[in-house]
Design a protein. Structure first.
Length: 104
């Protein structure tokens, strides 16, 4: 049974099909980068608030912010989430709350 590599690893055509496609791809990449930057800034603020308060609400907000950043990192093609968390010094408690939604 032959195995093909994922499309993301396949060689890319260096010439765009047309200028409109190239412009659209450029715009999409710029929007992904801008969104990633905004989400990381929100995460840093949420982590700072959690470190200052260490309340349940601050922990939930930091976990949710981390979840949003991880989703955007996947969309941008970044895969080493462990290194990212280590660089930002994300506490294990926040990592364990990532993606969880607490009902009141």
């Amino acid at each position: 049974m032959p195995v093909r590599p994922p499309k993301t690893l396949a060689p890319k055509n260096t010439l765009p099909q047309d200028l409109l496609t190239a412009a659209l791809e450029h715009e999409v990449l710029a929007e992904k980068a801008a969104t990633y930057s905004r989400l990381v800034t929100k995460l840093e603020k949420a982590l700072a608030q959690y470190r200052a308060d260490e309340t349940e609400d601050a922990l939930n907000r930091a976990g949710q912010a981390l979840w949003y950043v991880m989703i955007q990192r996947d969309l941008c093609g970044f895969r080493r989430h462990d290194l990212f968390c280590k660089e930002l010094n994300v506490p294990d408690a926040v990592r364990s709350r990532m993606g969880m939604v607490r009902s009141r």
